[in-house]
Design a protein around this ligand. Structure first.
Ligand code: LLP
Length: 422
């Protein structure tokens, strides 16, 4: 189910009219469909079939507790990149034994906390991190489970900001150096080398780069096993793209089939397969609703000025990303061309250019596929309280994060006046 469909001329999220949500919680607001999220998770689970596996949702895509709890209830694990994400997972009732910890800059405190709660695995990205983890685990008197994130040096064919698998990227350990790192396993008395992983980038719309990466990493995994390393899992990262405009990304089923096929081809199908999808799980489950404040016509352009800004959804400004824009209510009148812009004082604060829309001031616009990297990347820039988040569940909806207040904006700050000189 798409979860977001027009009934007559009104957009519904599951069985709730979007306009009713905006009427109740105000604008702008993020609106998520529990059903769409659930369906995406189930698509992974079904495609994985009998394969021993763990779908670790990449929390960075959207860390709202209600979404994390929904996924935890479905049996998901979580891929985290900070202690903050770990605390979110725990607060949502996620199982720490299903958590993998990625990221190039883990601090000692973060490692300690993750060891204390007993996470599943650390995805380690450098020799220096191995040494640090060994000493933190030693001080706690425990053994840290480790997977090395290797960098296969493949071109993900995605936006350079979100490509991570090239040798010039900061991520991972060069594949050629991985064997040497694993070879030193005996030196680290408080580490257990249990896995190998890679993640080559995000919003991949073809299978090819995934296949290329696997065909580099899996032979190395097979070699390590033959050499006696007791690997128990392989983590293939995330990165599966979604459709924003006219992309034709592989389906979840096709993607998982490819991974399983490559595992089998390299004789590794008995390993547990860990996946770290973010966007593929939540992008289509969310929209950002925003109201048109003004229509402004200049000699050059016609602008629709909306009440959401680049602080609420930064993808178009940051990556030049295209996201769909539609009116929550279809009107008969002729569509006209608009640049849809926010109130923030930067020209980058543009959600779309030259969009054909039939709208008037007060109309609600809907920015599509905003469930991933939307709220998660929001800020308070221009002293703008962040929007509310709403979860729709059939005919009901719940505010799962209230709109921030002006007090929230200033929380923790204080004024310090210059001491008076006598
Ligand atoms: N695993 C690791 C180690 C990652 O770095 C990422 C994303 C994922 C998994 C999840 O990737 P996904 O399945 O969502 O593609 N802000 C950007 C995307 C940044 C992705 C960063 N890493 C955007 O809005 O397009």
């Amino acid at each position: 189910m798409s979860g977001f469909d027009y009934r007559d001329d009104r957009l519904f999220v599951e069985d709730v009219a979007l306009a009713d949500i905006v009427g109740a919680v105000g604008s702008p607001c993020y609106v998520y469909s529990r059903q769409v999220l659930t369906d995406a998770y189930r698509a992974f689970a079904e495609a994985l079939g009998a394969q021993r596996s763990l779908v670790c949702y990449a929390v960075k895509a959207n860390g709202n507790l209600a979404l994390l709890a929904t996924l935890a209830d479905l049996g998901a694990g979580f891929d985290i990149v900070s202690q903050g994400e770990l605390e979110r997972v725990l607060a949502a009732g996620g199982d720490p034994a299903r958590v993998v910890f990625s990221g190039v800059g883990k601090t000692e405190a973060e490692m300690r906390r993750a060891l204390e709660v007993g996470i599943r695995c650390f995805n380690v990205e450098s020799a220096a991190e191995l040494a640090r983890l060994d000493s933190v685990a030693g001080a706690l008197g425990v053994r840290a489970p480790v997977s090395l994130r290797v960098n296969p040096d493949v071109d993900a064919g995605t936006h350079p900001y979100i490509a991570t698998g090239l040798k010039e990227n900061k991520f991972g350990i060069p594949l050629a150096e991985a064997a040497a790192c694993y070879g030193q396993a005996a030196r680290y008395t408080h580490l257990s080398f249990v896995g190998i992983d890679c993640h080559i980038g995000s919003q991949l719309t073809e299978l090819r780069p995934f296949a290329d990466a696997l065909d580099r990493v899996l032979p190395e995994a097979a070699r390590l096993r033959r050499a006696g390393l007791p690997l128990t899992h392989i983590d293939v990262g995330g990165g599966l793209g979604v459709r924003y405009r006219d992309e034709r990304p592989p389906t979840i089923a096709a993607y998982v089939a490819l991974v399983r096929d490559r595992l089998a081809a390299h004789g590794l199908q008995d390993l547990e397969l860990v996946l770290e999808p973010g966007r593929a799980l939540v992008a289509a489950a969310g929209v950002l609703a925003t109201r048109v404040e003004y229509i402004k016509e200049t000699q050059a352009k016609r602008f629709a000025i909306v009440d959401a800004g680049m602080n609420d959804l930064i993808r178009p400004a940051l990556y030049g990303a295209w996201q769909n824009l539609t009116a929550a209510r279809r009107r008969p009148g002729p569509a006209r061309e608009y640049d849809v812009v926010g109130p923030v004082c930067e020209s980058a604060d543009t959600f779309g250019r030259g969009r054909m829309l039939a709208i008037e001031p007060g109309a609600v616009l809907v920015i599509g596929a905003a469930g991933s990297y939307g709220f998660a990347m929001s800020s308070q820039y221009n002293a703008r309280p962040r929007p509310a988040e709403v979860l729709v569940d059939g005919a009901r909806f719940h505010v799962v994060r209230r709109r921030e207040t002006y007090e929230d904006l200033m929380r923790g700050e204080r004024v310090v006046r210059e001491a008076r000189r006598s």
